[in-house]
Write a protein that binds this ligand. Structure first.
Ligand code: PGA
Length: 232
């Protein structure tokens, strides 16, 4: 395992007030942790306050998505230029965005391209190996920039389940993370995402091919998230 990375993906939860409370309750416990990289991805509305509250800590800030468009008449879109200076990371290609908003592999590749241009690290979700092949076929940039991207193996059946998706899921996750690594190279960072909680985190994080986790539901409660960080 490389230096572990734990990413909090709050999804469409938390007001600005709730964000401030969450950070207040966890900050003193995590601000000096330097053997794990911790990345907090709040909703867009809470990004400025999160960046400002975490400015003097080791915690990093990420967005949950970015527009594939650079600028222009795209009402409601948040572009990479708007994220510039506010975040160091951005989640891309989450299966919930495919399912609910019709995002395609080409959209994802465009977003990766935009983020890399602004030196924002994409946290790129991969549902399965066929999808990875499709990314690699369509976007040479994914191969060429693989070491600048954090990959996440996220089997859609495991996401938002609030539990483990099948009894041997940590073995399956390790196998698939290993296969992703074979295609992209040993230096590439590969996280696991999907129903990681304080009970199962150690079984995922102890696997040789898994470098950390993308945590949805388990990151919304600060104490659970702290336990997950301490499981790396
Ligand atoms: P989950 O979500 O931990 O709630 O399953 C993970 C993710 O998709 O970010």
């Amino acid at each position: 395992m490389k230096k572990p990375i734990v990413v909090a993906n709050w999804k469409a939860t938390k007001t600005i007030k709730e964000t401030i409370e969450w950070i207040k309750s966890i900050k003193s416990n995590v601000e000096n942790i330097d053997d794990v990289d911790i990345i907090i991805c709040p909703p867009y509305t809470a990004l400025p306050i999160t960046s400002s509250l975490l400015e003097d800590t080791n915690l990093k800030v990420g967005a949950q998505d970015v527009s594939k468009f650079k600028k222009g008449s795209y009402t409601g879109e948040i572009t990479v230029e708007m994220l510039d200076g506010l975040v160091e990371y951005c989640i891309i290609g989450h299966s919930e965005r495919r399912k609910h908003f019709g995002e395609t592999d080409d959209d994802v590749i465009e977003k990766v391209r935009n983020l890399l241009e602004y030196s924002i690290t994409p946290i790129l979700c991969v549902s399965n190996l066929d999808q990875l092949d499709s990314y690699l076929e369509r976007g040479k940039i994914i191969v060429d920039s693989a070491e600048k991207i954090i990959f996440v193996y996220e089997p859609p059946g495991a996401i938002s389940g609030g539990g483990v998706y099948k009894p041997n899921s940590h073995e399956d996750a390790n196998d698939n993370a290993g296969k992703i690594g074979e295609k992209l190279g040993k230096k590439v960072i590969i996280l696991y995402g999907g129903s990681v909680n304080s009970d199962n985190a150690t079984s995922f994080f102890s696997k040789e091919n898994i470098d950390g986790g993308l945590i949805g539901q388990g990151s919304t409660d600060p104490n659970t998230f702290l336990e997950i960080i301490n499981s790396t």
